[in-house]
Design a binder for this molecule. Structure first.
Ligand code: ARG
Length: 467
């Protein structure tokens, strides 16, 4: 195995032979942690500012560090920065370049700090931004969902239990169920952000530092709500990242449910909706095909997000205090979770306005399923029959309608009166789809007026969503 010179490692002083190339490749994280370069530089600048204010480094050193970092930002943005595997990770790559650019001031940056508190800080900054992006994308998705729900506030859709026609619901009401799910998702991310937003820097390697640092100042400069209060905990735990992935797994679970419904509804046997062509693909062999790839993929990608959650839980399990190299494995699952959530929300927000509905097909499906049977039972109950007796009587009516191949509303008054003499000609109002929908008129019910009221409440909670 070829050995190369590792004397450029900042930590190589105590080593008598160079690190093997294989080990370098095995232990390096720069290929994937370089995406945190902005956070790394931002945190370094805050640290350096604090060091200067506390008289730990000079004002000239701070100026040199700021100057060098500005140059590094330009290089990375221009794509001319050379990332080196020999320098292991994003932190050492940037620090080394800084030292090349500004000399000793660059070497003083790491005073009172360790890569252990540095990496924990970078991840928290990164995840805080990612959380804000995800909440904003979720909000945009919800706005569009509300617009569609408003448009379909009175559209009758077969409500299913056991995937069999159960009772009529409005399509708007059905969509609002996903609004509620994603509202809780949004709350979970916002709540998780409070625990992400704590500063580890100052914990140094694990025990804190001997320099007279001001952690509160660094926290303020970086927009953290406060500092991590135990140095061992600060450098080692990744529970905030696990929590983020758990919130992500729940969000994907909800989107996978919606995806499944979109796929079913688009099947011509249902024909309830079509997705805009730009969200579908064709088949290389079957010319008639228009496949709902986007919801299918979202359903599939849910699996990888669950996997990342399990990976991170397993990564942390049984780790002794404090930092262990194991933790370097937190990044790829976390980053892929962020990418998957971001992409999925973006494409869903785009897809929602591209949904065309077929209220005729929804209504036709409802009329095949005796969806107003419960309404007939409720009608008889209102007239004085005990509900269980009403349930049995309507069962007979369903059997009769099925034999004749008609809907309950198509039975004659005489036939219905055979069930019970309590039936009057006001029964037909209860048996129609619109009558059934309008009757469920309470908070959380499917009546079109309730759907509109729910949309108004939802819009009041979401800034910028009033129409
Ligand atoms: N690349 C490392 C990580 O991602 C940075 C911290 C390394 N610390 C250390 N003492 N080796 O976790």
């Amino acid at each position: 195995m070829s050995q190369s010179d590792s004397s450029q490692y900042t930590w190589a002083g105590r080593f008598s032979e160079p690190t093997s190339d294989l080990v370098k490749r095995y232990t390096a994280s720069v290929a994937f942690d370089q995406r945190m370069w902005r956070q790394d530089i931002r945190a370094s600048l805050a640290h350096a500012t604090m060091l200067a204010r506390q008289g730990i480094i000079s004002a000239d050193d701070l100026a040199a560090i700021e100057h060098g970092m500005a140059q590094i930002v330009r290089e990375i943005e221009a794509g001319t920065f050379v990332w080196s595997l020999d320098l292991e990770d994003v932190h050492l790559n940037i620090e080394k370049r800084l030292t090349t650019l500004v000399g000793d001031a660059g070497k003083r940056l790491h005073t009172g700090r360790s890569r252990n508190d540095q990496v924990a800080t970078d991840i928290r900054l990164y995840l805080r931004d990612a959380t804000d992006d995800i909440v904003a994308l979720l909000t945009e998705f919800q706005r569009r969902l509300l617009n569609l729900a408003e448009q379909e506030a009175a559209t009758a859709l077969p409500g299913f239990t056991h995937l069999q026609v159960a009772q009529p619901v409005t399509f708007g009401h059905h969509l609002l169920a996903y609004f509620e799910m994603t509202r809780r998702d949004s709350e979970r991310f916002t709540d998780c952000r409070r625990r992400i937003n704590r500063l580890p820097l100052g914990a140094a390697a694990l025990a804190g530092t001997t320099y007279p640092i001001d952690r509160k100042l660094v926290a303020d400069l970086l927009g953290f709500d406060g500092v991590c209060e135990n140095s061992l905990d600060a450098v080692s735990d990744r529970d905030f990242a696990i929590e983020f992935c758990a919130a992500g797994a729940l969000l994907m679970m909800h989107l996978s449910r919606l995806s499944e419904e979109l796929v079913l509804w688009m099947n011509p046997c249902f024909g309830f909706i079509t997705l805009a062509d730009r969200f579908c693909t064709g088949s290389s062999i079957m010319p008639q095909k228009k496949n709902p790839d986007v919801p299918e993929l979202a359903r599939g990608k849910t699996g990888r997000v669950y996997g990342h959650l399990t990976a991170l839980l397993t990564l942390m399990k049984g780790q002794p205090l404090a930092y262990n190299k194991d933790n370097q494995e937190d990044k790829e699952p976390l980053f892929d979770t962020v990418d998957t959530l971001t992409d999925t929300l973006r494409v869903f927000a785009e897809m929602i306005p591209g949904i065309t509905t077929s209220p005729k097909r929804m209504r036709a499906a409802l009329l095949q399923g005796f969806a107003t049977a419960t309404d007939l039972a409720d009608y008889l109950t209102r007239k004085g029959l005990p509900f269980r007796d009403a349930h049995a009587a309507v069962g007979l009516a369903v059997r009769r309608a099925e034999q004749r191949g008609v809907d309950l509303a198509e039975l004659s008054l005489a036939e219905l009166r055979e069930l019970s003499p309590l039936v009057d000609d006001d029964v037909f109002a209860a048996l129609t789809l619109d009558g059934s929908l309008a009757a469920r008129n309470h908070i959380g019910g499917t009546a079109p007026t309730q759907v509109l009221a729910a949309i108004a409440r939802a819009r009041a909670r979401i800034p910028g969503s009033e129409r």
